[in-house]
Design a protein around this ligand. Structure first.
Ligand code: SF4
Ligand code: MG
Length: 332
């Protein structure tokens, strides 16, 4: 059984009298201990998806239809008390800016002890010992000293370590990390990703890593979902997607990565930009930016099909598979 299963999820934003689609028919599963990535440019709907999973999508957003099940229990119909049990304890979230989660006027230790004691009845001394042990685990040097410090006394990377420690306190089954390293400089980014990877592996925690950077996720996630304009356009094993991207949008994302560009060559940014919700193009939403777009792409919504490498929503690939099947009837 899947740990998490999202099926046919539609999320809308109510803007004045208009209902705008932010997520369209999103389906995917996550197994226990598995690490997946959700990638795409900003505005693709990645964070909306992350928030929707724990039903934290705030107004004017709302879940219009679809299902999100954790261990076969429906999350979309849970009341607030039931959801609070799920948040933190079963599914924890890590954001780009640790200051969003840390309270600036309380010491690190105070905040960690509070988290432990709000869920378990133990003495302050025992809670403190657990907190210090977790700070050790996230490789914070001299945790006894850090325990008494305030968030502003720590570097950005150190603060993100504290957040990871705080998430660990409640032994979640799933961590959703939304651009956890984007605000950090490159060397620290790599350290935090390695730490997240090690923590998930050691504790059997499943990870949903949200990132705009395919290069970042390739080091951590076993499976990758590529999102464009609120839809999943490609999904498959991360290595296959990096080595042999099928969807023109995924190809564009890879070509735009500095580490994929040869020295002396210019970065190939995808032309144009992500459409706003109110201006979603007809047919395949990527068609105004796609180098392979045809007239049919402007009219027709591609189906999500298996290409032999990954699953993908693109008419060009659909047609190629159809032709292949026609030429080789034994295969079909
Ligand atoms: Fe490009 Fe058409 Fe495929 Fe969309 S369906 S990605 S426009 S080729
Ligand atoms: Mg985002």
């Amino acid at each position: 059984m899947n740990l998490l299963s999202v099926s046919h999820l539609n999320v809308n934003f109510q803007v004045k009298k208009q209902s705008l689609a932010a997520l369209i028919d999103v389906s995917f599963t996550l197994n226990r201990g598995e690490r997946i990535a959700i990638v795409g440019e900003s505005g693709a709907g990645k964070s909306v998806l992350g928030f929707s999973i724990v039903n934290l999508i705030g107004k004017p957003g709302y879940i219009a239809s679809g299902s999100i099940k954790l261990d076969n229990k429906e999350l979309t119909t849970m009341n607030l008390r039931q959801l609070q049990e799920v948040r933190g304890k079963r599914i924890a979230m890590i954001f780009q800016d640790p200051m969003m989660t840390l309270n600036p006027v309380l010491s690190i230790g105070h905040q960690l002890v509070e988290i432990i004691r709000s869920h378990t009845k133990i003495t302050y001394k025992d809670a403190k010992n657990i907190a210090i042990e977790k700070l050790h685990k996230v490789q914070i040097a001299s945790p006894e000293t850090r325990f008494n410090q305030y968030p502003h006394e720590l570097s950005g990377g150190m603060r993100q370590r504290v957040i990871i420690a705080s998430v660990l306190l409640l032994n979640p089954d799933i961590i959703i990390a939304d651009e956890p390293t984007t605000a950090l400089d490159v060397t620290i980014q790599a350290e935090i990703l390695q730490l997240l990877l090690a923590i998930c592996r050691d504790h059997g925690v499943a990870l949903i890593l949200i990132s705009h950077d395919l290069g970042v996720v390739s080091k951590v996630a076993e499976r990758t979902l590529v999102m464009y304009a609120g839809q999943i356009v490609e999904e498959g094993p991360t290595l296959e997607i990096i080595n042999d991207p099928q969807h023109p949008y995924t190809q564009g994302l890879l070509n735009a990565l500095p580490q994929m560009t040869l020295p002396g060559h210019r970065l190939n940014q995808i032309q144009g930009s992500m459409p706003p919700l109110s201006e979603r193009p007809s047919g395949c939403a990527f068609h105004p930016r796609c180098p392979y777009a045809t007239e049919a792409c402007k009219q027709q919504q591609p189906k999500f099909i298996y290409s032999g490498v990954s699953s993908v929503a693109c008419l060009m690939i659909e047609n190629m598979i159809d032709e292949f099947d026609r030429d080789d009837p034994v295969q079909s």
